[in-house]
Design a protein around this ligand. Structure first.
Ligand SMILES: Cc1cc2nc3c(=O)[nH]c(=O)nc-3n(C[C@H](O)[C@H](O)[C@H](O)COP(=O)(O)OP(=O)(O)OC[C@H]3O[C@@H](n4cnc5c(N)ncnc54)[C@H](O)[C@@H]3O)c2cc1C
Length: 390
């Protein structure tokens, strides 16, 4: 998602771009099926996708706006409701299947000048002041001024460039599935925090939810292997029956969760964006949104550098990109970490503070509105492609 968006954005600014993708993306599916991987897309990401010409195809395909977000705590009475109406917005964002985002971006790529190559892999990579050199596994050498690693958490580009990363597994796996809800989705994203991890129910269409249930690895495996009727009972119980009976539709899958941050985002002739640079806990649905902000910020830095006569791989331009993004990515990672620890604590003192915190945040208007703006991807200095239209 992030690499395709970046390729389109750079092409739109007149750069010559080659996109290398190891896999052929899925472009067709049965419309009655649902992707297990979905993303909560912020307004800032929506603006970027609109500018890249991908949003109309996504909207025509399937995106679900949500007007509210209801967050509550297992161990007490703390509860908070965020509402788009509070900040005079039509919604707090959209839930979109990842394959819908990828297909729309790839359709836009076919209309662009990007040289797209699939089923390719990188053989070797050198970086240095004399410019990067990229050799494909086929032996072909690509003459490039800048290599961008947008190849996900296990980035081969990051590894070949010798960039280390701080990486810590969370003691949690995320179980994902699509479910139907007896009471419908009420245009609300629901999140219940439990000691073992959060359960998120992301609304899709009228009575469907995509669930992300983060819990201990053992419990996640047990839930995945339960017969459907028992799983439905466990899930409905975990959601405190707020949406009535929840019933599984199709497969369940597990994702081990980890916190990861590259030690550097840039080297001469090289930059990392998206999960190749940082991986965060999915509890606030920010991962790909941070990646889209990376892409837009890198474009700003490269355009500004070109204006000053710099080559794309020049460190002066690339450092501007790293400065623009590292602080915000770190702050978001730390916030997700703090949430996970505060809500995972068994301490009664922390529990009382947690309930107090949710209660206070819910009642104090300015604080609640600030959270709502964060959910929309606002409240920070946005790169130009992510800003609202003038
Ligand atoms: C359970 C779960 C729920 C999530 N929910 C949300 C959410 O609601 N909102 C949100 O913003 N984020 C969410 N995230 C995070 C989000 O999915 C990631 O941040 C996002 O997928 C990262 O996108 P990316 O393009 O950087 O990397 P990836 O999606 O990992 O894409 C990397 C691409 O690079 C290709 N590739 C890999 N290696 C090579 C190679 N050597 N050569 C060529 N190509 C290669 C891959 O085929 C792939 O297409 C969630 C994550 C999880 C695990």
């Amino acid at each position: 998602m992030v690499g395709a968006a970046l390729a389109l954005a750079l092409d739109s600014k007149g750069f010559s771009v080659v996109l290398l993708e190891a896999r052929e993306p899925q472009m067709q599916w049965d419309a009655s099926s649902h992707d297990l991987r979905v993303s909560a897309i912020t307004r800032a990401s929506q603006h970027l996708l609109e500018r890249l010409g991908a949003w109309p195809a996504m909207a025509a395909d399937r995106v679900t706006p949500y007007q509210a977000m209801q967050v509550w705590d297992n161990g007490g009475f703390g509860e908070i409701r965020f509402d788009a109406a509070d900040i005079a917005e039509p919604n707090l964002g959209h839930i979109v299947e990842n394959r819908v985002i990828v297909r729309a971006l790839w359709q836009a790529l076919t209309r662009s000048g990007v040289d797209v190559r699939t089923s390719v892999s990188v053989g070797n990579l050198h970086t240095g002041d004399d410019g990067p050199s990229l050799v494909l596994a086929s032996g072909e050498t690509l003459p490039v001024g800048l290599v961008v690693g947008a190849d996900g958490a296990r980035s081969q580009v990051r590894e070949l460039a010798g960039i280390g990363s701080r990486s810590e597994p969370y003691d949690q796996h995320a179980l994902v599935a699509t479910v139907t809800a007896e009471l419908g989705n009420r245009s609300t994203a629901w999140q219940r925090f439990m000691r073992t991890g959060p359960l998120a129910l992301l609304p899709m269409q009228s009575d469907l939810f995509s669930i992300v249930w983060s819990t201990t690895p053992e419990e996640a495996a047990r839930l995945r292997d339960l017969p459907p009727a028992e799983f439905n009972a466990a899930l409905s119980e975990a959601s405190e029956w707020r949406l009535g009976q929840l019933s599984l539709l199709g497969e369940r899958a597990l994702f081990p969760l980890r916190l990861q941050h590259a030690e550097q985002y840039v080297l001469p002739g090289l930059a990392l964006v998206g999960d190749a640079a940082h991986v965060i806990h999915p509890l606030a649905g920010q991962g790909v949104n941070l990646g889209f902000l990376d892409a837009a910020a890198l474009v700003d830095a490269l355009v500004a550098g070109r204006g000053r006569g710099l080559s794309p791989g020049a460190m002066r331009g690339l450092r501007a990109y790293e400065r623009a993004r590292r602080g915000h990515n770190t702050a978001t990672q730390l916030a997700m970490d703090a949430f996970k620890h505060v809500f995972g604590s068994r301490s009664t003192v922390v529990g009382a503070l947690r309930n107090l915190g949710l209660g206070v945040a819910g009642r104090v208007g300015p604080l609640r509105r600030q959270f709502e703006r964060v959910a929309l991807g606002q409240g920070i200095d946005l790169p130009s492609l992510s800003r609202p239209p003038a």
